[in-house]
Design a protein around this ligand. Structure first.
Ligand SMILES: [Cu+2]
Length: 171
């Protein structure tokens, strides 16, 4: 008796790989909890240090998590950020779990409006940059992920084909 890899199984494996590729592409829009994992929206976190390890793209979002009795979030322009002033603010949030979508390329400024908190470092500058590098428009992270997924799919298909001649013979 000859045992072969059923075509249905091969098709199922390809479908799973294709689904993984789709998930990777959707995951390109990231959500960041401000200050996490070491901190949150508080008076201890060094936000200049926190943003250093991240690259924000349009479509990403940031979440400010804090106790509303202790802090708030005010979006300001650069002058307000530099002076720690929430006068003439763009918007204000105080739910304790405020999600801000970074819709476009540019710099966003946020601070805590409670007296003295911004002066103690509770302010953050977020630079939002284009997802595609201007020098290499074809190599966005999404297209790289798709290319990697295609490579995996091709490898899986090839190994399934190789399994066919090596079908196990059971007496
Ligand atoms: Cu505060």
């Amino acid at each position: 008796m000859v045992v072969r890899v059923p075509m249905a199984m091969a098709a199922a494996v390809l479908l799973v790989v294709a689904a993984v590729v789709v998930v990777v592409e959707v995951a390109a829009a990231a959500t960041y909890t401000v200050g996490a994992p070491a901190g949150l929206w508080d008076m201890q976190t060094d936000y200049a240090d926190w943003v250093k390890s991240k690259t924000f793209h349009p479509g990403d979002s940031i979440t400010f998590t804090y106790s509303p009795e202790l802090h708030d979030v005010v979006e300001v322009i650069k002058a307000g950020y530099d002076a720690c002033s929430s006068a003439n603010n763009i918007s204000a949030f105080r739910s304790g779990n405020d999600v801000v979508t970074l819709t476009a390329v540019g710099t966003r400024y946020f601070l805590c409006g409670l007296t003295g908190h911004c002066g103690n470092g509770m302010k953050i500058r977020v630079d939002v940059v284009a997802a595609k590098a201007s020098s290499a428009p074809a190599s966005s992270s999404a297209s790289r992920a798709a290319a990697a997924g295609f490579a995996i799919m091709t490898t899986v298909a090839a190994s399934l084909l190789l399994l066919q001649p090596a079908a196990v013979v059971v007496s």
